[in-house]
Write a protein that binds this ligand. Structure first.
Ligand code: GLV
Length: 324
């Protein structure tokens, strides 16, 4: 009898150990064993020559070139809910299954979205820096005063699972919820009192505009100069989805001109960014290094889901969370 060869999997980064162990129980593994540095493209293209499965992060571009470099590839398991780093059409043409990690990161990402709303509105980072710079000499009646969150109007652009989780949190803060989406969400209109608005009306009426839509050709630069000009001067823009949904230069100008109150950004057009990025310097911006899903439990759950998708497909079963 011919020996049965285990499937080969390449993991593009150091990921939580339980997920590596799960894969090691079923597959022959190779991995880029570094948590902080992405696998160089030329290394990746070489490593995947004979692999059946690939575990990617949002830092890997899964395009035609990459797919052609892995002729045996059956599945790409992306350890992210977003999959704008993947050329779905090219993958479909080659019969490669693509999976993502929805659901397990919903609440954690909603927590961070809400944290940004509170932090920008109440100037938490500015206040911390003020204290660290020994500027706190007395209690000041109007010092570091910001905006309330309680009772305000939240506008969600892209009411999916994470948007719903943010809207639930908003209920606890006595907020009204507006949303703009490709499709009406009648269940949430009934259960959460979410009100559907055109993009223009939402921008004009919301105190907090939260962007939670996936990045697609339709949402690329959805928020630019015109859209920002519709927002209230006291409004705050939060982006925890993908950077290119917002035109950064337009946002910078709106913030500097005081057209809006502030912004909370977990994502950028070109990641990573550093201290040289103009938005990072603004006092009315809270900038984070794409940590929406970064709790220990959630990142472990994402890695386990990606690994489980790989094991399922490589054993001839249906993937748990296919994107198509
Ligand atoms: C993170 O941004 C993700 O898509 O999971």
């Amino acid at each position: 009898m011919a020996p049965v060869h285990p499937s080969k999997v390449y993991i593009c980064r150091q990921i939580p150990t339980p997920a590596v162990q799960l894969l090691a129980n079923h597959c022959e593994l190779a991995l880029w064993d570094n948590a902080e540095v992405a696998v160089p493209r030329e290394v990746l293209l070489h490593e995947i020559e004979n692999v059946d499965g690939l575990l990617t992060l949002l830092t890997e571009s899964v395009d035609r070139e990459l797919l052609a470099a892995a002729p045996r590839l059956k599945i790409v398991a992306n350890m992210a809910v977003g999959y704008d780093n993947i050329d779905l059409q090219a993958a479909q043409e080659r019969g490669v299954v693509i999976t993502n990690t929805p659901n397990v990161l919903t609440e954690t990402t909603a927590d961070l979205t809400f944290a940004l709303m509170l932090t920008v509105a109440r100037r938490v980072v500015e206040a911390t820096e003020y204290l660290r710079a020994d500027q706190w000499h007395t209690w000041s009646p109007m010092g570091l005063t910001g905006l309330d969150v309680y009772g305000k109007t939240l506008g969600i652009i892209g009411l999916g699972k994470i948007g719903e989780a943010v809207a639930r949190r908003a209920q606890g803060f006595g907020m009204s919820v507006l949303y703009h989406n490709r499709h009406r969400h009648t269940r949430l209109e009934e259960t959460l009192g979410a009100v559907y608005k055109s993009l223009e009306d939402l921008l004009q009426e919301a105190d907090f505009v939260c962007i939670l839509t996936p990045l697609t050709p339709d949402t690329h630069h959805l928020i630019g100069t015109r859209e920002l000009s519709l927002m209230k001067q006291t409004a705050i823009l939060i982006n925890t989805s993908r950077g290119p949904v917002v035109e950064e230069h337009a946002l910078y100008q709106a913030l500097v001109a005081g057209q809006i109150f502030g912004a909370g950004l977990d994502v950028f057009e070109q990641e990573p960014v550093g201290s040289e990025h103009p938005l990072v310097h603004l006092p009315n911006v809270v900038a984070l290094p794409h940590i929406g899903s970064a709790s220990m439990a959630t990142r472990t759950a994402m890695a386990m889901l990606a690994a489980s998708n790989l094991v399922a497909v490589l054993q001839g079963q249906r993937p748990l969370t296919p994107v198509y």
